[in-house]
Design a protein. Structure first.
Length: 156
């Protein structure tokens, strides 16, 4: 009688997406540093270069710098490789690329000027409550985006 071969190991299915864990860390870090109008857009079905966009507004250039530094700190803690940081002093727009996620930090004027929400209007906006320990973020209403509306999310 021939001995049967041991069963092949089965693939474990991940219960959580590693991007979601990283999104939680990034969004919480930005919220803790008082980033305004935080948004998380799932662009995985629309973009060939990233899966998620995190959009946030800082109230000034020094605030943008503080948000970027905090973002770099938490990514370093998580041993996440930053592919690139695009920032020009006085530009009012900073982009941090971590491959599956891109974080865009804007001054209020540039956030309104570039309107990334409209550019990616077909993206799925994810609820902040999914990523934050507590939520008290006001969402700014942009022209031509009635689906966004100004709202304050309740504490969880």
């Amino acid at each position: 009688m021939k001995a049967s071969a041991p069963p092949k190991p089965t693939r474990k299915i991940r219960k959580t997406n590693p991007s979601e864990k990283l999104l939680k860390i990034i969004v919480q870090a930005l919220a803790d540093k008082k980033a305004e109008d935080l948004r998380v857009l799932d662009v995985s079905g629309l973009s060939s270069i990233t899966d998620y966009l995190v959009l946030a507004t800082g109230n000034s250039e020094p605030h943008l710098r503080a948000l970027r530094i905090e973002l770099e700190r938490v990514l370093d803690e998580q041993q996440v490789r930053i592919l690139g940081v695009d920032t020009t002093k006085g530009s009012g727009w900073t982009v941090v690329d971590v491959f599956e996620l891109m974080v865009h930090l804007f001054t209020p004027d540039n956030r309104d000027k570039y309107r990334m929400e409209l550019l990616w209007k077909d993206a799925n906006e994810l609820a902040l409550a999914k990523f934050l320990k507590y939520v008290n973020t006001q969402v700014k209403e942009y022209k031509d985006t009635p689906s966004v509306g100004g709202r304050i999310l309740p504490y969880l």
